[in-house]
Design a protein around this ligand. Structure first.
Ligand SMILES: [Cu+2]
Length: 226
């Protein structure tokens, strides 16, 4: 028989689309726009599923504990659910994390660009028709192919992060770290320094423009990237 849904349940249901909408956006890992970021997003959902399964187990145990007295079979609840089920979930998530972590490493040849961090901005060096070309605040890459970003800093530790295209990597003075990113389609993607680096850290943003591979490299007659 149909029964009216309570206001509390209505309010709880109404928050679901809001919560899901909050996971999308130009600086969200859950809006992947390339294969590397897709792997990371898939891992995030897998870890969420594992955490949900374990949380549900705890709630079931709590319900049993506060429910009416009943006979509890140790073999099922202590070893079956408490040990083997939890170990199974944790082993699966660990295996998935190792597998994805290996997949997103820079394997094989890729176009190389350089990222230079400083308080509080980024500059990038790209291959150009007549030699390396430098651009302030905008990283240009071709779409549809892997790109390795060689990242360094000239002052303190920063972190290069374009959530829709890949993982994040620290920019460390005196050192060059390599991060693989890839954009499946031409477009503009947002990046952000992901390591607190001083007062203006929050405004240390940059853009990645992925170009049509047929128009790469996009060098203007003046020698700067458009
Ligand atoms: Cu920063």
């Amino acid at each position: 028989m149909w029964r009216p849904v309570s206001r509390v349940k209505c309010a709880a249901l109404a928050t679901v689309p809001l919560a899901v909408a909050g996971c999308r956006g130009p600086l969200s890992t859950l809006s992947p726009a390339g294969p590397v970021a897709q792997d990371i997003a898939s891992l995030w959902w897998g870890l969420l599923a594992g955490a949900t399964a374990l949380t549900m187990l705890v709630f079931v145990l709590l319900a049993l504990g506060f429910g009416r007295p009943r006979e509890v079979r140790e073999g099922r609840w202590v070893f079956g659910m408490g040990v083997w089920f939890a170990l199974g979930v944790l082993s699966l998530t660990l295996a998935a994390a190792l597998w994805v972590g290996e997949r997103i490493l820079p394997h094989g040849p890729a176009l190389e660009v350089r990222a230079h961090a400083r308080q509080w901005s980024w500059s990038f060096t790209h291959p150009g028709a007549d030699g390396p070309v430098r651009a302030e605040g905008v990283l240009h890459i071709p779409a549809g192919q892997p790109v390795d970003v060689l990242i360094t800093s000239q002052d303190v530790i920063h972190s290069f992060w374009v959530p829709q295209l890949g993982g994040k990597m620290d920019a460390i003075p005196g050192r060059e770290n390599r991060l693989r990113i890839e954009a499946a389609q031409p477009g503009t993607y947002e990046g952000q320094c992901a390591e607190f680096c001083g007062l203006e850290h929050a405004s240390m943003r940059f853009e990645v423009i992925a170009h049509d591979p047929a128009q790469w490299p996009p060098v203007s007659p003046e020698g700067s990237l458009q």
